[in-house]
Design a binder for this molecule. Structure first.
Ligand code: F6P
Length: 543
């Protein structure tokens, strides 16, 4: 068996060091080190990142960087950007970073001129988006398109919907988008119930074009559209376009390949927003804003690729996640954007982080000896403050949290943004420093109530501050988290680019479907729990 990360001297040094840090408090770390709040910070592209309110010292960071070097993080970063087949279980390159390379960059991988292909697709997308935005592309009855319905799931939904919502300020063509993902028939029914089919364009997004949810929704959408318009199949060409890597299946579905936008197997679903998967975003915000988003991604990519570990922000934040997960026993990580526009950001990150890092074997197939991916969750502030922050402040669990905010508002209404951001700043200070018994007693609080009002503090947070939420800063933010995930995967020596774990459920759903619908009662050869549930379901469906 090759040496596992937990067997390295760097890992053991961190374990010993963690004993010391467990005894310290952020109050003392700040009191004993006046420069901490300026020093433990970083700049990555336009994002200022303050990680001083984490439970670390300079020594912790040095030890974590030693571990990163022992795991050859820098070599692995170079291998990804170069196009090596680092997705070993699928024998693929991992090149989402190539999707945002500028036109004059050069990258040839496995004989493919990647940059030329990426820009050819971007140009086709832009030409199509402009036609729709300008009203040149019309529906079968001659009406302009005013609504896009993106049909896709997982990476073919979460990225586009997150970015569409985030860039609400940049939609400038009077075209809105809706997103249908769930195979629960309610999703499509609710999203189409007040929709005019004559002015609707469906963008069917599926890397494989074999995903049950997406194909079922797309078929139903086609039936709905043709039925409502009372037209024949030829109308499909005006109301359906596809985004996929699988042309054959797109054609089999009935979509003209001229209306298909491709991408490549080296783009993982959860990393695919900056590919043609972002078509609905491009149509609504326009190609220029879309290209600004790609430039933002690229700026963060360049930072990650070139910054030394000491200044490398995504690497540092990834190492902090490892620190909490493996050395301080933390289970979950909150992501708290102080921007209503980022209300789908945590949902997007859940797939990015948990589908990537939910692994229990190393790249060579041996059991990982360490805890891997933490559970990511969150909601925008200040809503979360009135819901779950109590548990972070005074509960018994340690929950590191990322606070994401912007200095310049998208909507400047009186002083609302200043009030909003004072909450943003107050929360991280309250979490770090809390309120001591002495402070509570000094306020004359009744003795019986004092313990309830003590705020232990010492809760770690990272503050990510951008100037303004723009397409560029959005791209930077997403790439930041992509590279945090990469760093964690490198430390644990796992493959963050496959997702075999979701396959078994898909296969079993396909096997079970006929048992729910067939006329005769099924043989009952599943497990006893599943047999009983099937029987009850069938009875309640009158079968
Ligand atoms: O949930 C598994 C998964 O394979 C995701 O990784 C992917 O984003 C999603 O399904 C959708 O896949 P596709 O784009 O091929 O429809």
């Amino acid at each position: 068996m090759s040496e596992t990360v937990t067997g390295t001297s760097q890992w053991q040094a961190l374990q010993a060091h963690a004993e010391k840090i467990r005894q310290s408090h952020l109050r003392d770390l700040f009191a004993g080190d006046p420069g901490r709040g300026q020093r433990l910070t970083g700049q990555a592209a336009d994002l200022y990142v303050d990680y001083s309110k984490n439970l670390v010292t300079d020594e912790t960071l040095d030890l974590l960087r030693d571990l990163a070097r022992a795991q050859d993080l820098e070599g692995r970063i170079a291998a990804m950007f170069r196009g090596d087949h680092i997705n070993t279980s699928e024998d693929r390159a991992v090149l989402h970073t190539a999707l945002r390379l500028p036109r004059d960059a050069q990258l040839t991988v496995d004989g493919q001129d990647v940059v030329a292909d990426v820009h050819a697709t971007l140009d086709r997308m832009a030409a199509f988006a402009e036609k729709v935005r300008g009203g040149e592309w019309r529906g079968a009855t001659g009406q302009r398109i005013t609504t896009i319905v993106n049909i896709g799931i997982g990476g073919s939904d979460l990225g586009p919907v997150m970015a569409y919502e985030a860039l609400g300020d940049y939609r400038d063509a009077g075209i809105t988008a809706r997103f249908v993902s769930n195979i629960d028939p309610t999703d499509l029914a609710v999203k189409t119930q007040d929709l005019d089919p004559a002015s609707t364009l469906f963008v069917v997004v599926s890397k494989t074009f074999g995903t049950q949810e997406t194909l079922t929704n797309a078929r139903e959408a086609r039936t709905w559209l043709l039925g409502k318009l009372g037209v024949d199949d030829s109308a499909v060409a005006k109301h359906f376009v596809a985004v996929s890597t699988n042309e054959k299946r797109v054609v089999d579905f009935g979509i003209d390949p001229a209306n298909m936008f491709g991408f490549w197997d080296w783009v993982g679903g959860r990393y695919s927003l900056p590919s043609a998967v972002g078509l609905s975003v491009m149509i609504t915000v326009g190609p220029d804003h879309y290209r600004d988003m790609l430039a933002g991604y690229h700026a963060m990519d360049e930072h990650f690729r070139t910054a030394p570990l000491e200044q490398n922000v995504p690497a540092t934040l990834g190492l902090l996640n490892v620190w909490y997960n493996n050395f301080l026993g933390v289970q979950t990580h909150a992501v708290l954007p102080y921007s209503q526009y980022l209300h789908r950001f945590a949902a997007y990150l859940q797939q990015l982080t948990m589908e990537s890092l939910g692994k229990s074997v190393t790249r060579s197939g041996e059991p990982v000896q360490a805890q891997t991916g933490e559970i990511f969750w969150g909601e925008p502030g200040t809503n979360g403050q009135h819901a779950f922050y109590q548990l972070i402040h005074q509960g018994t669990k340690m929950i590191p949290a990322d606070f994401i905010g912007f200095s310049v508002p998208n909507h400047d209404t009186a002083e609302m943004h200043d009030l909003f951001m004072s909450n943003f700043l107050a929360q991280t200070a309250a979490l770090a420093f809390g309120r001591t018994r002495e402070q509570v007693e000094a306020e004359g609080v009744d003795a019986a109530v004092v313990p309830h009002k003590i705020m232990p503090g010492n809760h770690p947070t990272t503050t990510i501050l951008g100037e303004k939420l723009t397409p560029s800063t959005l791209g930077q933010l997403v790439a930041l988290y992509e590279h945090i995930v990469f760093t964690e995967g490198a430390i644990w020596d796992i493959n963050p680019f496959d997702q075999w774990g979701v396959e078994l459920g898909k296969v079993m759903a396909n096997q079970l479907a006929p048992l729910l619908t067939q006329e005769a009662a099924p043989a009952g050869d599943q497990d006893s729990s599943t047999n009983a549930l099937i029987a009850r379901y069938r009875a309640q469906r009158g079968r």
